[in-house]
Design a binder for this molecule. Structure first.
Ligand code: HEC
Length: 147
């Protein structure tokens, strides 16, 4: 366990060193703020193997923290509090998601499920997030419909 972490750490350090060495040959070291930002993005993409759009990453983080306890990690409504009546909305259900416009989705999240004519089991979240975070959450929820 310890050993494999050390090996992995070494691999990451080695990979990053190679990137730095390779980078030096091609262009001068980053100077301005923008250059630095580019370098960080490129490096993180190299380490994770793919670029994760920020909105989705942040949306997922917020959803896992605030919503998954009821709506489930995958958004299928099977969170820890799955015994609720009515059951938490199932965001993986395409047919259900089609009935929700973005406008309604925002309203339900900001003002609670009661504001869209449902029960009062989903609390209002409007004061917990700023508008950008709400957009991240909605963007993420929109990716969950699978069947
Ligand atoms: C305490 C449990 C609980 C938490 C936490 C919770 N929800 Fe809900 N949510 C529910 C329940 C239960 C429903 C179903 C309400 C109904 O159908 O009457 C629901 C329904 C919804 C709906 C569908 C409303 C509609 O029009 O049918 C949305 C959208 C929603 N929740 C978003 C969220 C988001 C986003 C979060 C996290 C920021 C969240 N919920 C956190 C319990 C919860």
């Amino acid at each position: 366990m310890q050993k494999s972490i050390k090996i992995r750490k070494f691999a990451v350090v080695a990979a990053l060193s190679l990137l730095v060495i390779a980078g030096c040959g091609k262009k001068p070291a980053p100077s301005g703020k923008n250059d630095l930002k580019k370098t960080v993005t490129a490096d993180s993409a190299a380490v994770t193997g793919k670029k994760v759009p920020f909105a989705l990453k942040e949306g997922k983080r917020l959803f896992s923290h605030y919503c998954a306890v009821c709506h489930g990690e995958t958004g299928d409504g099977s969170g820890q509090y799955y015994g609720l009546t009515p059951a938490p909305a199932n965001f993986t259900d395409k047919a259900f998601m089609k009935t929700l416009s973005n406008e309604k989705l925002f309203k339900a999240i900001m003002e609670g499920s009661a504001s869209v004519g449902k029960s009062n089991m989903c609390p209002p979240w409007g004061k917990s997030f700023h508008s950008e975070e709400l957009e991240f959450i909605v963007t993420y929820i929109r990716t969950l419909a699978v069947n």
